[in-house]
Design a protein around this ligand. Structure first.
Ligand SMILES: *Cc1c(COP(=O)(O)O)cnc(C)c1O
Length: 390
């Protein structure tokens, strides 16, 4: 669970500014998303790295409106399952343009994805190569390296990835199995706050490229993965700074693969949304002020419960002159009968906040809605959209 003070509001789309949100008539809880901000993030990303092809990691927020907005601007997509691929297909996305980057896939998902025309699969083990050669003969594979994810807020904790030596062996094995040794990928961890993490990871990918060259294998794709940060408080590197660091590292590679891919999730959508939840109870337990909200960890606020060092959604309330009122530290919890839906400690809010007031969480467009359940009979936030996304 997170501790510490949530930041005062610093970031929200103009269309979702506090004064405008107070006028939104929709019943809470809701997640309001400004599609113009999604489009703007995509444009800024491709402007900062014009040599990158973006594949949006749709697990982050798979609302059709967001997928359509990104597709209309030319984004490609990254999936983890056949379910995600089918969602894209119903929106008119060609599966042949999609990357399947989950390194461990159900065998029947591999076969079904190949049947729809998807041809590029991530691997990090001989077992996965065996599955792909059986279920999708001749497919292209890209190997996932294990890289330093210690500067990210959500490290991948060793779940995926392999070292350069094993990656080398895997690419040779892929060729022997009749697969196409196509590329290399990594993930520096989500909300990565150091440009050095990408620089070092690209350098490691370069070591693999160097090792494979004498075998006659030139990789066609370098996939930078995800982890591009969103703005929650001050201090995250800008996308321009990250692009500069990556660009410099790519210039030092033994050669330049034809496709430089990236898989941003959070960066494209986090800042586009505000989550609104009404206070359903306020109680003093011992010396602690508790606020019971319509949403908790089971209703979208799961990342504050996961982040080791705390988590700062910019937070404000429906009270007039919110920032000028005397503040108190509150514990924020959800509506269910479990204590495990508590998600904020010592969150500074106006001392008078009470039942019926609305709490707004900014920069909440990533990893909220897809995690939200109806646990205990409380509904997840309703998605609502503003802007045209053009
Ligand atoms: C989750 C994921 C991403 C997106 O990560 P963000 O931190 O949201 O950018 C990209 N690629 C893969 C393989 C992922 O699993």
């Amino acid at each position: 669970m997170s501790t510490g003070t949530f930041a005062s509001p610093t970031a929200w789309p103009d269309s979702l500014a506090p004064d405008l949100l107070r006028l939104v008539g929709a019943p809470t809880p809701y997640l309001a998303t400004d599609l113009d901000t999604v489009a703007a993030r995509y444009r800024a990303f491709t402007a900062a790295m014009p040599w990158v092809t973006a594949f949006y990691a749709m697990k982050c927020n798979s609302s059709a409106e967001i997928l359509r907005t990104l597709a209309a601007h030319g984004s490609n997509f990254e999936v983890a399952s056949i379910g995600e691929l089918r969602t894209l297909k119903t929106l008119g996305v060609d599966p042949a343009t999609v990357l399947y980057s989950n390194p461990i896939k159900p065998p029947d998902h591999i076969e079904a994805a190949a049947g729809l025309g998807l041809w590029r699969f991530a691997v990090d083990s001989p077992g996965e190569l065996a599955k792909i050669s059986e279920r999708a003969p001749g497919a292209a594979v890209y190997v996932r390296l294990r890289v330093d994810d210690s500067t990210s807020v959500f490290p991948l904790s060793g779940k995926f990835g392999t070292d350069v030596e094993d990656a080398y062996d895997l690419m040779l094995l892929a060729r022997r199995l009749g697969l196409r040794p196509y590329g290399v990928t990594f993930h520096v961890g989500s909300q990565c706050e150091s440009t050095g993490a990408w620089r070092d990871a690209v350098r490691t990918a370069g070591e693999l490229m160097e090792r494979l060259r004498p075998e006659g294998i030139e990789l066609e794709m370098l996939d930078l993965g995800g982890g591009f940060p969103a703005r929650y408080r001050a201090g995250e590197p800008t996308i321009e700074q990250i692009g500069e660091a990556i660009g410099a590292a790519i210039d030092l590679l033994p050669y330049r693969p034809g496709l430089i891919a990236a898989e941003p999730g959070r960066h494209f959508v986090a800042e586009s949304s505000v989550l609104a939840a009404t206070v359903i109870g306020r109680e003093l337990r011992g010396t602690e002020n508790w606020l019971y909200l319509e949403v908790g960890a089971y209703h979208g606020m799961v990342e504050p419960a996961q982040a080791a060092g705390g988590w700062n959604y910019p937070t404000w309330t429906s009270l007039e002159n919110h920032a000028d009122l005397p503040q108190l530290p509150f514990t924020l919890t959800g509506p269910t009968c479990d204590s495990s839906d508590t998600f904020g400690y010592e969150v500074s809010l106006p001392a008078t906040v009470t039942v019926g007031d609305v709490i707004y969480f900014g920069s909440s467009g990533a990893y909220t809605l897809p995690y939200a359940t109806s646990f205990n009979g409380f509904p997840p936030p309703t998605p609502i959209f503003v802007g045209t996304g053009r």
